[in-house]
Design a protein. Structure first.
Length: 171
């Protein structure tokens, strides 16, 4: 999600719960590798919407459609999805980009978010939604790099191009 957001120049808000105590630093693969100079909204509330810095950062994007993922589905994701809907945003949540203490907690949180009107998606589908057309050359290679690095798509591309291609050349 982070790599796709950066590739497509989406306004992105990163936030964590008390980086120096409770949750620890924001995911380093995102904070350091993808968005090294990006501000991270530090807060104490589970519901990020209770933090004025987070609300200001979201409002500054000028967007009314938000895509949300979080560490824990039942807390980080559900609280923020539900409150975003209450505030009039259209909310998509990336179900496979968050998890919880067990599958029951994750699944009930997913059901709850759907019941209140959020739209579930996956990280892979999020990338496809952004690309839309393989003829879109300005982002094609970046999307391919993301898919090859993070999905089974890379295996399928390898198989079809090299294995099947080689088999066809032999005939």
């Amino acid at each position: 999600m982070a790599k796709a957001g950066k590739l497509f120049k989406l306004p992105t808000v990163l936030t964590t719960v008390t980086a120096n105590t409770f949750a620890g630093p924001f995911v380093p693969e995102v904070a350091k590798d993808v968005f090294p100079d990006h501000p991270i909204q530090d807060r104490t509330s589970i519901n990020a919407w209770r933090d004025s810095g987070f609300v200001s950062a979201v409002e500054a994007t000028g967007r009314k459609r938000l895509v949300i993922a979080g560490l824990w589905t039942g807390a980080c994701t559900a609280f923020n999805v539900i409150e975003g809907l209450r505030r009039g945003y259209e909310i998509f949540f990336v179900a496979d980009a968050c998890g919880d203490t067990d599958m029951q907690v994750h699944e009930r949180a997913v059901e709850r978010m759907i019941q209140v009107g959020a739209v579930p998606t996956t990280a892979e589908h999020f990338v496809y939604e952004l690309q839309q057309d393989w003829g879109r050359q300005e982002t094609y290679q970046g999307v391919m790099d993301i898919l090859k690095g993070h999905t089974a798509f890379g295996i399928n591309v390898f198989f079809s191009k090299w294995v099947l291609g080689e088999e066809i050349r032999r005939k």
